[in-house]
Design a protein around this ligand. Structure first.
Ligand SMILES: *Cc1c(COP(=O)(O)O)cnc(C)c1O
Length: 396
């Protein structure tokens, strides 16, 4: 067992900020992962909704190899071709106007928050604006993103946070309206809450927020970091409701595992100007060549069609489990972002399924989360369901 020795070294060297599952992964192939001892796992987590194209996609790898040999970094003091191309492709699929590349999701949210504050400051010259975010939301771990994350458990030890953040009830337009005042500069939410337990927004909620923001000249910010990039069965989840935000945050599957995120703005919300914001690495040619290839592959390989077909199949199978096992309380989601809510914390269930060679992760409020690579097929769903059913049969 090589894993034991690695894990011991890891626990000595790495800051202990995770209770990690005792597996040391070595390589991936398609929708399967292999650990250092050669054991094979079907991956239904995709590195937390990141590896949309799965492992070893030849076109993605060729784009990276090609770029690594040419140029990996220039800084944003100059232009680089992959960043321009990736930005053009993102504009096209999102319907947004302008793109700022970051290195992560949380940085995309930081940029969105700065955009909202600047927009309001330009409008009325005051500096005490408020942002409305949602209960049970997740937007990242840096201080700004943490401040708008509606989970006191993550925030408690790190106060003081940003001031002027108010939390509304998700899917409750009246709750949001009751918090709006003349200081409100933005309403921020995930069109499908991910970490919070897979809660999709009602289309009417998103449409109502759009109308409210238009009436009050408030920016509507969508965090599509987890639910975007095809996972919902549309390129972005908000497109299903026909709602275009003023600012959109994207990351996770954008780079298929490369550290890249972005915030996109409409022309109206493109208020950040030279001196307002920056990043050393963000938008570097290497990660942008990767993201650019990802966006090409999405189109050529009809990734979204696959999400809709296999997502519907997964829905059927999980509904059947819900109907059969009383420990399953609810089933939510769409496309390849689905969750089963249990009557108790499903940590043990996930652990037992992993022992059987299928990687599953959990989310808040007793939820088992299904966010596989977007290239998954029906036969992989069957394989996962069989392992999960065995465990449910054993554990009840
Ligand atoms: C993962 C996630 C983030 C944070 O992204 P990082 O890359 O971990 O900083 C923000 N919002 C949502 C909805 C996420 O799922």
């Amino acid at each position: 067992m090589k894993a034991e020795a690695y894990m011991e070294r890891g626990e000595r060297a790495l800051l202990h900020t995770y209770n990690r599952t005792p597996i040391v992964f070595e390589r991936g192939e398609g929708v399967y992962l292999y650990d250092v001892d050669g054991k094979k796992y079907l991956d239904f987590a995709a590195g937390i909704a990141v590896v949309g194209l799965g492992y070893g996609n030849p076109e993605f790898e060729a784009a990276l190899k090609n770029q690594v040999e040419k140029l990996t970094h220039t800084s944003n003091l100059y232009y680089n071709v992959p960043a321009i191309e990736a930005a053009e492709k993102l504009r096209k699929v999102s319907g947004m106007d302008r793109v700022f590349f970051t290195n992560s999701g949380t940085e995309a949210i930081e940029g969105a928050i700065k955009t909202a504050r600047k927009y309001a400051m330009k409008k009325d010259g005051t500096k005490d604006h408020e942002i409305i975010a949602m209960d049970h939301s997740f937007h990242g771990r840096s201080m700004g993103s943490l401040s708008v994350t509606g989970n006191p458990h993550y925030q408690e030890d790190f106060k003081p946070l940003l001031s002027g953040i108010r939390f509304a009830e998700y899917n409750n337009l009246e709750s949001v309206k009751s918090l709006v005042n003349e200081k409100t500069c933005a309403i921020l939410l995930e069109p499908i809450q991910g970490e919070g337990g897979i809660y999709p927004a009602d289309p009417e909620f998103l449409q109502g927020l759009r109308k409210l923001c238009d009436e009050k000249d408030i920016l509507l910010i969508f965090d599509e970091i987890q639910c975007g990039m095809g996972r919902s069965g549309s390129m972005f989840a908000c497109q299903k409701a026909g709602v275009r935000p003023d600012v959109m945050a994207v990351a996770k599957a954008l780079g298929n595992g490369l550290p890249i995120g972005s915030f996109l703005t409409t022309e109206k919300a493109a208020v950040l100007v030279p001196g307002d914001h920056g990043t050393t690495y963000g938008g570097n040619p290497l990660v942008c060549a990767g993201a650019s290839a990802v966006l090409d592959i999405f189109e050529e390989a009809h990734i979204i069609d696959n999400v809709n077909r296999v997502g519907a199949y997964l829905w059927e199978k999980l509904e059947a489990l819900k109907n059969q096992y009383p420990v399953v309380k609810d089933h939510r989601g769409v496309g390849l972002i689905q969750g089963l809510e249990f009557t108790r914390a499903p940590g043990e269930i996930a652990a037992a399924v992993i022992k059987k060679g299928v990687i599953l992760i959990t989310a808040e409020h007793n939820v088992l989360r299904f966010v596989p690579p977007l290239v998954i097929r029906e036969e992989h769903v069957d394989e996962m369901i069989q392992a999960l059913e065995e465990v449910l049969g054993e554990q009840g």
